[in-house]
Design a binder for this molecule. Structure first.
Ligand SMILES: Nc1ncnc2c1ncn2[C@@H]1O[C@H](COP(=O)(O)OP(=O)(O)OP(=O)(O)O)[C@@H](O)[C@H]1O
Length: 233
């Protein structure tokens, strides 16, 4: 379980996280949604242990950040982090050498699923293909916690559906907990169990997606718009 308690993080005068608290139960797919600059990436980077909070705590399975929590976590950043001179096969070998939980069978499955070629140089790949490569490298680990920051960025709507499907089938195989940030609410809605809606560093809405939709008799996007409009009044 991921437990975030009263998380505060500022950059200069900007409060990127302003007292955020939530728990992410094991085996759930959770959407961390919000407007530009809401604090989503800051939240994911803090959970990944890449940023230190100014106040508050984050624990994974009750443990604060350490090598063992790092080992449980796979983080997919929203920027390109791979050397462009590498081929996809080089990046895969690198991951296999670094992480004991690298799963070759899963990597082969994702390679086929995304129709990627191992011999492609990262620099020669289109933006969407690079996004699929990044996702393959993150999903091929058997990490308990998958933190995916904008995995659909730059990807066409047809491939987005395919990727969302891959995340679900991967999830069902491994019973991992997935925290995903995205602006593509309608594409991701079908795979989410829970939603966290963040605005200006504050959590405005949290809950089970199906229960919220039934309770309000609205789509997730309409529920978020309503919450956002109220927050801006
Ligand atoms: N390293 C940094 N230095 C200064 N300000 C930062 C830094 N990282 C984030 N911020 C600021 O903190 C706020 C939250 O940023 P964050 O990237 O977490 O938002 P986000 O919800 O992921 O946005 P987007 O959807 O646009 O990616 C923004 O105002 C951003 O400008």
């Amino acid at each position: 379980m991921i437990t975030v308690k009263d998380a505060v993080k500022s950059f200069g005068k900007k409060k990127a996280l302003d007292g955020v608290s939530f728990t992410a139960a094991d085996g759930q797919i959770i959407g961390l949604l919000g407007t530009n600059g809401a604090g989503k990436s800051t939240m994911l980077q803090s959970i990944a242990g890449l940023l230190q909070l100014d106040a508050g705590t984050i624990t994974l399975d009750g443990k604060t950040h350490s090598l063992s929590t790092r080992a449980m976590t796979a983080f997919l950043p929203d920027v390109d982090v791979w050397y462009s001179w590498m081929k996809l096969s080089d990046a895969m070998s690198y991951m296999r050498d670094i992480y004991w939980d690298w799963d070759d069978a899963k990597a082969r499955h994702l390679l086929e699923y995304f129709e990627l070629t191992k011999g492609t140089f990262i620099r020669d790949a289109s933006k969407g293909t690079r996004a699929k490569m990044k996702l393959l490298l993150a999903l091929s680990r058997q990490a308990r916690y998958l933190l995916l920051d904008e995995p659909f960025s730059g990807i066409d709507p047809f491939a987005r559906q395919q990727i969302a499907q891959a995340i679900v089938s991967d999830f069902l195989e491994e019973q991992q907990t997935i925290l995903i940030t995205t602006h593509e609410v309608s594409e991701v809605e079908v795979i989410l169990d829970e939603v966290l809606f963040i605005h200006e560093g504050k959590l405005l809405l949290t809950g089970n997606v199906e229960s919220l939709k039934q309770e309000k008799n609205k789509s997730l996007m309409d529920i978020l718009k309503e919450v956002y409009d109220i927050a801006r009044l």
